[in-house]
Design a protein around this ligand. Structure first.
Ligand SMILES: Cc1ncc(COP(=O)(O)O)c(C=O)c1O
Length: 430
C-alpha cells in the first residue's frame, strides 16, 4: 500500500473527526521522521509535545520490550512494580506538596480525574464544590468536563450541554500581546478579574481554578509574572484549590522539568500526560495528601490506568530526561531558536510576536504590526511550505495564526539552524 491508498481507505473506515497532515509516518529516530515513501522530516512538533526524548529512543524500546516479555497487563485490580516506582518518582520530581498520583491514560482523563478529585475534596469539607473556573483561550481536552473547561468555542460547536457542564465559568486570559496595557498591568488585571468571576458568576462555592501555566493550543500564551503573584494571593484568600494542567508543558518542555517552576508555583493538583510517557498512552493526576486523603475505595478505577508497560516506559523516559540533560538542552536550543527568530522579526513585520520558554515557542503572524490583524492564512501556508521542505511544525492560537515549535528536547543546534533557515525562506516567499 502507498500513502494515497492508505488515506483513501482511512476515509472509508475512520471517523473523520479531525484533519490530518497528509503524511503516513512509518519511522522515527531522535528528531527525524520518515514517511511511507521514504521522505525525511525534521520533527519540530514531537507528536504535539509528546516525544520529548526523541523517537525510538533505545532505552524506551528496551524498557517496553523487557516489560512486555514479563507482563503486559495486570488491570487496576493488582499491584505492579513499574506503577509503584513511577508514582514514587513523580512524588520526587513534582513541585511542592504533590505526593499522591492517580494514573490514567491521557491528558483528557488526567483533567477529568482532577475534576473528580477536587469535587470529592469539596464534598469532604461539607461543600458541593459547584463551580470550576478556567481561562478563556485554554485547552484541557475534548470530553465532558475537560471540554467544558476548554475556553475556546470552536471545540464546542454541536455538543450543546455536553460541552458546557454546569458550574464551569471562564475568566479572562492574560494575553499581553493583544492587550493595550503593559505586561505587568495586563497580568494584574486578568488575575483580579477572577474575583469578579467568582462574585458574579458563582455562588461562591468554587471547587477549583484550573489553568495551563503556558497556554499551548491557545497560542503559547505566557502569563506575566504579575499574573501569578496576584492569582496565588486570590486563590489563597478565597480558599480555592489550584489545578495546574501541565499536560503540554511538563517534562522539560519549557526549560524546567515543570513550567510551574518558572514561577515557584505550588499547585494543589497537577494534570500530566504527553511528555510523561514518551509516546505511550498515560496520564496522571497528582495531588497533595490532603486531597488524596478524602478519596475512598470505589471512587476511582481504570482498567488500563497504571499499565505496567506504560509505567515502565514513563519511568525510563523520566530517567532519560534527567540523565541526558534534556532540560538544559531545551533552554539552550530554545534560546538559539528565539535569537534567530528575533533577527528574522527585524526584517519581517509579519512576525508580530515571538514568545516561549525552552522548546515551547510560538510565532504569532499578523498582517500588520499596528492593527495585529491575525495572518491566519499565511500561517497555514507556512506550515504547508515547511512540510514540503521537510520540517514539521504545529499551528495554534485562537485565530490559527501562531506557528508552534515544540520539537523533541534532543534536537541539535544544527537541526534548529536548518529549521530557522527554512522558516526564513518561507517568509521570503510568502
Ligand atoms: C494542556 C492540555 N491539557 C489536556 C490535553 C488533552 O490531552 P489528550 O489529547 O492526551 O487527551 C491537551 C492536549 O493537547 C493539552 O494540551
Amino acid at each position: 500500500m502507498d500513502s494515497k491508498e492508505i488515506m483513501k481507505s482511512d476515509k472509508k473506515y475512520f471517523v473523520q473527526g479531525y484533519e490530518r497532515v497528509p503524511i503516513v509516518l512509518t519511522e522515527g529516530k531522535g528528531t527525524l521522521l520518515k514517511d511511507l515513501e521514504g521522505n525525511e522530516y525534521i520533527d519540530c512538533f514531537a507528536g504535539i509535545s509528546v516525544s520529548n526524548v526523541g523517537h525510538a529512543h533505545g532505552r524506551l524500546v528496551e524498557a517496553a520490550s523487557e516489560q512486555m516479555s514479563k507482563i503486559i497487563h495486570t488491570s487496576g485490580r493488582f499491584f505492579n512494580i513499574p506503577q509503584t516506582l513511577l508514582v514514587e518518582k513523580l512524588a520526587e520530581i513534582t513541585p511542592g506538596d504533590l505526593k499522591f498520583t492517580y494514573l490514567c491514560n491521557s491528558g483528557t482523563e488526567a483533567v477529568e480525574n482532577a475534576v473528580k478529585l477536587v469535587k470529592k475534596y469539596a464534598f469532604s469539607r461539607g461543600k458541593a464544590g459547584s463551580a470550576l473556573i478556567a481561562l478563556e483561550c485554554s485547552f484541557h481536552g475534548r470530553l465532558g468536563y475537560s471540554l467544558s473547561l476548554t475556553g475556546q468555542a470552536k471545540y464546542k460547536k454541536g455538543f450543546s450541554t455536553y460541552a458546557n457542564a454546569p458550574g464551569v465559568v471562564h475568566a479572562p486570559v492574560p494575553y499581553c500581546y493583544r492587550s493595550k496595557l503593559s505586561p505587568e498591568e495586563c497580568g494584574v488585571e486578568a488575575a483580579l478579574a477572577i474575583e469578579k468571576v467568582v462574585d458574579r458568576h458563582t455562588a461562591g462555592d468554587v471547587a477549583a481554578f484550573i489553568m495551563e501555566p503556558i497556554l499551548g493550543e491557545g497560542g503559547i500564551i505566557i502569563p506575566p509574572d504579575s499574573y501569578f503573584k496576584t492569582l496565588t494571593k486570590i486563590l489563597r484568600e478565597r480558599e480555592i484549590l489550584f489545578i495546574l494542567d501541565e499536560v503540554q508543558t511538563g517534562f522539560g518542555r519549557t526549560g524546567k522539568m515543570f513550567a510551574s517552576e518558572h514561577w515557584n508555583l505550588t499547585p494543589d493538583l497537577m494534570a500530566l500526560a504527553k511528555g510523561l510517557g514518551g509516546g505511550m498512552p498515560i496520564g496522571a493526576a497528582i495531588v497533595t495528601s490532603e486531597i488524596a486523603n478524602c478519596v475512598a475505595f470505589g471512587d476511582f478505577f481504570s482498567t488500563y490506568g497504571g499499565n505496567p508497560v506504560c509505567s515502565a516506559v514513563a519511568l525510563e523516559n523520566i530517567a532519560i530526561i534527567q540523565e541526558e540533560s534534556l532540560v538544559d538542552n531545551s533552554v539552550k536550543i530554545g534560546k538559539h531558536f528565539k535569537d534567530g527568530l528575533k533577527d528574522m522579526q527585524q526584517k519581517n513585520p509579519i512576525i508580530g510576536d515571538i514568545r516561549g520558554k525552552g522548546l515551547m515557542i510560538g510565532i504569532e503572524l499578523v498582517k500588520d504590526s499596528q492593527t495585529k490583524t491575525p495572518a491566519s492564512n499565511e500561517a497555514k501556508k507556512m506550515v504547508e511550505y515547511l512540510k514540503n521542505e521537510g520540517v514539521i511544525i504545529g499551528l495554534g492560537g485562537i485565530y490559527g495564526n501562531v506557528l508552534r515549535l515544540q520539537p523533541p528536547l534532543c534536537i541539535t543546534e544544527d537541526q534548529a539552524t536548518t529549521v530557522l533557515e527554512k522558516i526564513e525562506q518561507g517568509l521570503n516567499i510568502s
